[in-house]
Design a binder for this molecule. Structure first.
Ligand SMILES: C[S@@+](CC[C@H](N)C(=O)[O-])C[C@H]1O[C@@H](n2cnc3c(N)ncnc32)[C@H](O)[C@@H]1O
Length: 233
């Protein structure tokens, strides 16, 4: 390992942050005007589910991992408008959901799924004016992808330092544990993970086929975002 890589690893271990939860404010800022039903695909430990429950009449979280569904249920205990199961989009119908579907979200979940099918199913299920908001991972292939990967490498510890900053006098800590456990004692990924197999351009191409007008952007944190509004009203 090079000295640079060693330094970056040490900094990243010292200042950890969730690259997925980091995008929840982006999702909340992009919510549709009508907020009846939402589907959160690959809901993991349920943090976004709980956040969406305050915004929508009904929120449906799906995850194929029983352990994740149990975590989500614990996180959403007491929230009467949240349903959690292992449903796949292909098995759902708009008129059998408790509410018309105005939002579908996926955070670090799309690369676990068949992208073409998922885009087609999201377009089918959403109500006119409904929104698909995706935070995803892609394989780097082009100079632009590698530039963004480099930006993510450099900004990763800086964002971590900001999120782990001690509170100003009288303020609250921005995020992260008060005392970081040593890396050996820190849990690895708390949810099932897999590596992305599609590039940003391939995902954009699939979006052009199923989600005309979708906006994809490279992001920090080794992520991209996709947002799409179903035409009509
Ligand atoms: C990397 S985790 C992300 C979890 C969560 N969205 C977050 O941001 O913390 C991916 C999640 O997708 C779930 N998953 C994988 N395949 C799935 C599928 N076909 N349908 C629903 N969830 C799935 C996994 O069990 C896992 O919880």
């Amino acid at each position: 390992m090079t000295p640079f890589a060693r330094t970056m690893r040490r900094l990243n271990d010292r200042f950890p942050w969730s690259h997925n939860d980091h995008f929840h404010p982006w999702i909340v800022a992009g919510l549709p005007a009508r907020r009846r039903g939402a589907i959160e695909v690959g809901c993991g430990q349920g943090a976004l589910l709980a956040r969406l429950a305050g915004e929508f009449r009904h929120v449906h979280g799906t995850d194929t991992s029983a352990a994740m569904r149990a975590d989500s249920r614990r996180r959403c205990a007491g929230l009467g408008n949240v349903t959690i199961d292992a449903a796949q989009l292909r098995d759902l119908e708009p008129d059998t959901e408790p509410e018309p579907i105005d939002l579908i979200t996926m955070v670090a979940a799309l690369h676990h799924l068949d992208v073409e099918e998922t885009f087609a199913e999201a377009a089918r299920l959403l109500s006119p004016g409904g929104r698909l908001l995706v935070v995803g991972l892609a394989l780097s292939a082009t100079p632009r992808d590698f530039l963004w990967e480099g930006i993510s490498v450099v900004t990763n510890p800086l964002i971590g330092m900001m999120k782990n900053a001690p509170p100003r006098r009288g303020g609250e800590r921005v995020g992260g544990p008060d005392v970081d456990p040593p890396p050996s004692e820190r849990p690895r990924d708390p949810f099932p993970v897999t590596d992305p197999t599609m590039t940003f351009d391939e995902i954009a191409e699939a979006a052009r086929r199923h989600l005309p007008g979708a906006r994809l952007r490279h992001r920090v944190g080794f992520r991209y975002t996709l947002e799409w509004t179903k035409p009509g009203r």
